[in-house]
Every structure is written in structure tokens, then in C-alpha cells.
Design a protein around this ligand. Structure first.
Ligand SMILES: [Fe+2]
Ligand SMILES: [Fe+2]
Length: 180
């Protein structure tokens, strides 16, 4: 993560990271909502797992919302767009069933986990509360990645076709969010 002076000015680095993560979690909640809707028809066997994951994402969103509120920092300007974009991505990928849904989660979480690790490095010793908020979600994001990977490798087509596109989109959203 390149942390330019511009990024550092807005709400401080911790606030900036909390805003992006909060918006990202809203995206994640909505990806799962879109996928759950489609999975009811296309992959009913994974609906309960998706609901479980969405429950985690709602809690993650709440963790960041609470921390932002305590700092008096407004939500990111990308928040609504993340939600709408996430929902559309969820509907679209859900249309293709279990393999596409799992490949999407693997791709998103791979990017997210790498950003979370970098965030923890830069927050270390600078912002204990932001660092704690990030640390609170890492193990569940890892779990989403790992459990989805087992479904995804059963349909390598989607991992090959969809995952690179979703990875680039996720990187772009985080990049833009850090600058909004
Ligand atoms: Fe999350
Ligand atoms: Fe997740």
C-alpha cells in the first residue's frame, strides 16, 4: 500500500483505513445478499453457508462503524457505491452457481487479506484501536477464503475466468476508497 501524503491528511491514517474497511464490509454484505438470492435457485446447498458468512460481514461492518462513530469520522464516500456494486456482483456471480460464487469469495478475500496484513503493519504502534478493529476480522476473512477455496477448486473454470477480474475490481475499489 502506497501511503501518500494525501492519504494521510484526511482523517489520519487509522481513520482512512477504518473508512475504507467499513465501505468494503458493506460491499461484502451486499455481495452475499446478491449471491444468496441467486443461490436459492442455482445452488441451494450453499445458502446456509452464505448466510453464515454474511452474518460475519455484518458484524465486521458494525466493528468499523462503531470505531468511526467514536472518532466522529463520517463514512467513506464510496460506501453506497460499494453496496450497490457488491450487490450487482453478487447477483451476477450467483447466476452461475456454486463454483462462481466460491471463486468470487476466494478472489475478494485474497486481495482483502493482503491489504489487512499491510494495514496491520502500518498501524502498528500508531493507532491501537484501528489496529484492534482490523485484527478482529482477519481470522473470519481467512475462514471465508479457505472454506470457499474447497468449493472453488471443484470448478477450476471459474477460478481461471472470474477470479482475476474480481481481484482487479477489488483492488480498484480499495485504491479508490483510500483516495475518496
Ligand atoms: Fe468482512
Ligand atoms: Fe469475508
Amino acid at each position: 500500500m502506497e501511503l501518500s501524503a494525501r492519504v494521510l491528511t484526511a482523517d489520519g491514517l487509522g481513520g482512512r483505513i477504518l473508512k475504507v474497511n467499513h465501505a468494503g464490509e458493506n460491499g461484502a454484505v451486499n455481495i452475499y445478499s446478491g449471491q444468496i438470492l441467486m443461490a436459492r435457485l442455482r445452488a441451494p446447498s450453499i445458502v446456509s453457508e452464505l448466510q453464515e458468512f454474511r452474518g460475519h460481514e455484518e458484524r465486521h461492518r458494525e466493528i468499523f462503524a462503531t470505531e468511526l462513530k467514536q472518532r466522529g469520522v463520517r463514512r467513506c464516500r464510496s460506501y453506497v457505491l460499494c453496496g450497490v456494486g457488491g450487490y450487482v456482483l453478487g447477483l451476477f456471480t450467483g447466476l452461475f452457481g456454486r463454483g462462481a460464487i466460491a471463486a468470487t469469495t476466494v478472489a475478494v478475500e485474497r486481495v482483502v487479506l493482503s491489504h489487512l496484513r499491510k494495514q496491520l503493519e502500518v498501524l502498528e504502534g500508531r493507532d491501537a484501536l484501528a489496529s484492534a478493529a482490523v485484527r478482529a476480522i482477519v481470522s473470519e476473512e481467512q475462514e471465508h477464503h479457505d472454506r470457499s477455496k474447497t468449493h472453488a477448486i471443484a470448478s477450476p473454470f471459474w477460478l481461471t475466468v472470474l477470479a482475476p477480474v474480481v481481484s482487479v475490481a477489488t483492488e480498484a475499489v480499495i485504491w479508490a476508497g483510500m483516495r475518496l
